[in-house]
Design a protein around this ligand. Sequence first.
Ligand SMILES: NC(=O)c1ccc[n+]([C@@H]2O[C@H](COP(=O)([O-])OP(=O)(O)OC[C@H]3O[C@@H](n4cnc5c(N)ncnc54)[C@H](OP(=O)(O)O)[C@@H]3O)[C@@H](O)[C@H]2O)c1
Length: 234
Amino acid sequence: MNKKLIITGGSKGIGRAAIDAFLKEGYQCINISRSTIAEPGVLQINADLSKMSWLQDCAQSLIDAVAGAEQLCLIHNAGMMEKDNIQNCEPANLAAVLQVNVIASQQLNQLILPYMRKGSSILYIGSTLSEKAVSNSCSYVISKHAVVGLMRATCQDLAGTGIHTACICPGFTDTEMLRTHLGDDPSIIDSIAKLNGYERLIDPDEIVSVLQFCADNPVINGTLMHANLGQLET
Ligand SMILES: NC(=O)c1ccc[n+]([C@@H]2O[C@H](COP(=O)([O-])OP(=O)(O)OC[C@H]3O[C@@H](n4cnc5c(N)ncnc54)[C@H](OP(=O)(O)O)[C@@H]3O)[C@@H](O)[C@H]2O)c1
């Protein structure tokens, strides 16, 4: 079967691990990110999702790339995290975070949906912060709650099409985003790891195995799925 993966943010972290795993499953992969990965079997589309016009230069390449796919898995993974709070979160910053984390996903949905056949899937990457808030993550919390709304609307609007959807919500996962957010401080990273019930960070591959399960199982539809090793509530 001609299976294709389109993923945003496949250059690093969870997205990079997803590309490796889907390649092993026989998928042709299309990665959308600013930095380039050169990997046999991967079509690289360079784009900055923070610009609302990002599709202008690459829409036709994406359509050409997905044409003929019998099964498409679309993973909205790229994410932007800012440290801000309700006092200092500027509307322009909020708009930028929403553009990368939510609006770019919907732009891609609109473009790709006409080419998605029965058995295809749209998977969103949320966060533990899709269902709760912590301080100093205001724009990110807002955007990750919105991702869940987009997933639920996807499920309702695509009823009967044979396309299923889910939002996978990672906990603290060992990636550049997390390390940058924590200032790459080993003692802080260690204390954050202890907030996971298994006292370690999640490996990106553990999130990817959940993504593969969701892609393969249409019974998972409209589902918000936490993948966080049992995060302790503080
Ligand atoms: N790590 C965690 O603990 C954690 C927890 C919960 C949820 N998540 C979510 O998991 C997803 C993946 O995060 P990660 O931890 O794997 O982060 P990461 O290692 O920093 O990777 C982020 C990816 O997003 C892409 N990206 C960011 N801004 C972009 C932009 N403006 N245009 C195009 N691509 C952009 C990056 O590509 P380029 O830099 O090459 O453009 C990169 O490939 C995100 O949605 C994040 O919110 C992560």
